[in-house]
Design a protein around this ligand. Structure first.
Ligand code: CP
Length: 315
């Protein structure tokens, strides 16, 4: 379990930093919350608790789903951007964490550098949740695994094909492949491959992971086809990225190579006509709106775990 210096604080800094049993509990709890009380009208398990949301990068889904989710669980939120805080004027992230820990019950941080998240988790005495960094997006993968469960009857043994940039979301798919036991086939341009150390880590965990450069090969016969934006927040060199990634676009032709009942996933925001065509995004294979909704349910389950509310799940 991910702890702050053994104090037993339930941080969620990355998928592989919590026990597999915990991940399984969160996914099961997310399904329960969605099935039994999707709008949180009957159960208020986190009444009296407060979540601080800190965004050093823009967000639509993460911001709204955490805020609405916390309110549905009976809690409240404090929404902050980096520029509003003294962080923007040089206060350290560690000192910010120490102070916020005296006011709130959990902190979600969206930031650039993984080291900032680690520094916050190290100093905070309340749970710290990774709301995306340049190298990971574990909350997204909770929703994605939940969505595959719903649409494919379970994630175990599924064949997932990633085509595009080996970015932060791709890297979290690699972590997830090792932890949720599905096959992950990735096709990325050579300059945008995921880090070799991460691929080696996944292979060391027994993950069924292959990394290549040919989208057709990875998508052929896949259950799930996934991509993401060509230019992630903070990326530079947009024109060269577009040239490199154009052959990796998910379009009707590529989807026809996947299984006939394959689903298409994208964490959003999508750039229509770039990494995915309208026909795919709006078509019968698309699971992206369920995927976006499931951010809400899976993060509610995550908040319940972080705040020790396992025995308060609605029955
Ligand atoms: N997928 C995702 O994290 O969306 P936002 O950037 O809008 O939060």
């Amino acid at each position: 379990m991910s702890t702050a210096k053994g104090r037993g604080v339930r941080h969620f800094v990355d998928l592989h930093r919590v026990e597999r049993e915990t991940l399984a509990w969160i996914i099961d709890a997310a399904h329960s919350l969605k099935r039994v009380d999707p709008r949180g009208l009957a159960h208020r398990p986190l009444e009296g608790k407060t979540l601080a949301l800190i965004f050093e990068k823009p967000s639509t889904r993460t911001r709204v789903s955490f805020e609405v989710g916390m309110r549905q669980l009976g809690g409240s939120v404090v929404m902050l951007t980096g520029s509003e805080l003294q962080l923007g004027r040089g206060e350290t992230i560690g000192d910010t964490a120490r102070v916020l820990s005296r006011y709130v019950d959990a902190i979600m941080l969206r930031t650039w550098d993984e080291d900032r998240l680690e520094e916050m988790a190290e100093a905070a005495t309340v749970p710290v949740i990774n709301g995306l960094t340049d190298t990971s997006h574990p909350c997204q993968l909770l929703a994605d695994v939940m969505t595959i469960d719903e649409r494919r009857g379970g994630v175990r043994g599924q064949v997932v094909a990633w085509t595009g940039d080996g970015n932060n979301v791709a890297r979290s798919w690699i972590r997830a492949a090792a932890l949720f036991d599905f096959e992950l086939r990735m096709a990325c341009p050579e300059p945008l491959m995921p880090p070799a150390e991460l691929v080696a880590w996944a292979h060391g965990q027994g993950a069924r992971l292959s990394v290549s450069h040919d989208p057709d090969t990875v998508v052929r016969g896949a259950d799930v086809v996934v991509t993401d934006t060509w230019v992630s927040m903070g990326d530079k060199e947009a024109p060269s990225r577009h040239n490199l990634l154009r052959p990796f676009q998910v379009n009707d032709r590529l989807m026809r190579i996947a299984k006939p009942d394959a689903i298409f996933m994208h964490c959003l925001p999508a750039h229509r006509g770039e990494e995915v065509t309208d026909v795919v995004l709006d078509g019968p294979h698309s699971a992206v709106w369920d995927e976006a909704e499931n951010r809400l349910h899976s993060q509610k389950a995550l908040l319940m775990w972080c705040l020790g509310g396992e025995d308060k799940l609605p029955k």
